[in-house]
Each structure stands twice: as C-alpha cells, then as structure tokens.
Write a protein that binds this ligand. Structure first.
Ligand SMILES: C=C(O[C@@H]1C=C(C(=O)O)C=C[C@H]1N)C(=O)O
Length: 300
C-alpha cells in the first residue's frame, strides 16, 4: 500500500509547486477534504458549494465544476490502474491557491489559480456491499477543551482557507485524544480542531454560529439540511461552554470521519458526561444520505 499521498497539480501527476505560489507565501487559498468510497465522491454538492463560496469571498477567479470533476475522474482512473491492491476508499484533498504573482501581499490583477488534488489512503474500514456503501461507525470519544483559541475575523469566518495555524497548535496540544474542543476569545464554543460541533439539549439540536470564527464544514452543511427535512430543524446559536453542561448528546462531525460522539468532555470545571441517546439516529441519517448521494466518478 502506498502510504504517501499521490498528487496532481494543474491536471498533471506531479508534486512540484513554485516556491512563489501564494498558497505557500501567504496561505492565499482554500481547500476541502472529501471522501471517495467505491468510486463515489461523497457529499460533492456541499464540497463544490464551499469551493465556489470560498473563491467568491476571497475574490479569486470563478472555478469550473466540469473541468475540476474531469481532472478528479482522470486522476482516479489513473490511480486505480497503478494501485495494485483492491482499495476502495480515498481521502481527496482539493486545494486551490491564487497561484504566483502580484507584489507582496497585493494580489495579481489576473490570477492564474493553482489546482492541487491530493489522494491519500484512509485507514478507516469502508466496504462496498452488493448494493450499498458501508461507512465505519466512530467510537465515542473523551476529549479536552483546548487552550489554543480560535481567532475572530468575520471576513474569514467559515472559510476553509489555507491559514490553519490555530488548528495546528490546538491539534498539537492533544496527546492521546482524537479531538479537542476550541473556543474563541469571546468564550464561544466554536467546534473541534478539525470538525464541527452539534449539541442536543432540551430536545433542540444546536450548532455554533460561525460568523466570527471557525470553518463551515460540509458534513455540518448537510446535517443542517437533513435536520430541516426531519422537520425539527437545527439552530445556529452562540454557545458558551457552560451551555454544554447537562446536554443530552454532544457530537463532532466532519467529511472524513462522519459523526463522532463525545462521551466525556474534560473542562476546567470538571468532566461532563453525555448519554448520546440521539446520536445513533443522526449516524443512521448521515449513512443513508452518503449511500444515496455519492457522485459516480467512473469514466464513461
Ligand atoms: C486537516 C485536513 O482536513 C481535515 C481533517 C479531517 C480528518 O482527518 O478527519 C477531516 C476533514 C478536514 N477538515 C486535511 O489536511 O485534509
């Protein structure tokens, strides 16, 4: 098995990038991380929406969905032919930068964006049944509250841009824990180091509003849509840490691992436990959505 990611830059199988690329120089770009299982790109609609929105908010040239999908399909076809094992799941990271050029921070007038496709093997167990994709169910976690704060910047809030040092520092705090909870400077709970937060309390499904800090995840986007379909809806609210005390369910969610229940939260005010009785239903809805909505990547 190839443990190294396999990379395409601007449609060519290569891993070289000029050191003048603004993604490296200034973090001038954005990304999304998606799952490909059994030849299907999961939750593509949400990933594409996020890529498009990021380009608009960062004033980058418009992206072309058809060309990007063609590049992904060609890369996957080549990958499947060179990989000898019967692998069925890849983590695909799509990175877009403003390319090279400009003067210092000043962006070039006509940017030529850089497109990077990075395929990595996942260690999680996925299976392709006769009629359905099976996604792994994540074990309930015990997690701490991180010391590193999430920055407050309304112009960048929600965007999965390439400046992710807060997440890097927060992740480095975690030793054994698979995740940690991040707050911002106003004491609002924002999410995990690489995931979004959901809380069930008093029969309501709540998630932090991300207008000041944090990243709007694709799994979060889709769970909000599923909650609307379930008629109960979810509310985007400002949550303080104390609001989590006494919650019925707490879970984190991201595109790669899906829904991750938190059984125990270690805070400076003690360790809080959550029964998580509602989580199985959200896991079931998420699995069903993923099975039924994957974009077929097989080349015609
Ligand atoms: C940090 C990356 O992406 C995040 C990581 C995961 C994961 O490993 O569970 C999932 C989604 C992303 N927000 C990355 O380098 O791709």
């Amino acid at each position: 098995m190839n443990a190294q990611p396999i990379i395409w830059v601007n449609g060519r199988r290569q891993a070289d990038l000029p050191v003048t690329d603004r993604g490296l120089q200034y973090g001038d770009g954005f990304f999304t991380t998606a799952l490909i299982v059994c030849g299907r790109l999961l939750n593509w609609q949400a990933h594409w929406r996020r890529l498009q929105n990021s380009a608009v908010r960062l004033k980058m040239p418009e992206l072309c969905q058809a060309s990007l999908l063609a590049e992904i399909k060609n890369a996957l076809a080549e990958l499947t032919s060179i990989e000898t094992h019967a692998d069925n799941a890849w983590i695909l990271k799509i990175l877009i930068t403003r390319g090279s050029g400009g003067r210092g921070y000043q962006p070039p007038r006509e940017a030529e964006i850089t497109r990077i496709l990075q395929f990595s093997h996942t260690t999680d167990a996925f299976s392709c049944g006769a009629s359905a994709i099976e996604l792994p169910i994540q074990a309930a976690m015990s997690i701490p509250v991180c010391i590193t704060l999430s920055g407050m910047q309304p112009q960048l809030a929600g965007i999965k841009h390439l400046n992710r040092l807060e997440n890097v520092l927060a992740r480095a705090e975690l030793e054994e824990s698979p995740e940690g909870l991040m707050l911002n400077g106003a004491g609002e709970v924002i999410g995990g180091t690489q995931s979004n937060l959901f809380v069930v309390k008093d029969g309501r499904l709540l998630t932090p509003i991300l207008d000041l800090s944090g990243v709007e995840g694709t799994c979060r986007y889709q769970l909000l849509r599923l909650a609307e379909e379930q008629m109960q809806g979810a509310q985007e609210v400002r949550l303080k840490l104390l609001d989590l005390q006494g919650a019925d369910s707490v879970f984190l969610a991201n595109a790669v691992r899906g829904i991750m229940p938190v059984r125990e939260l270690k805070t400076g005010m003690g360790t809080w436990h959550f029964a998580n009785r509602e989580v199985a239903e959200w896991q079931r809805l998420w699995q069903k959505f993923q099975r039924e909505n994957g974009l077929d990547l097989h080349v015609d």
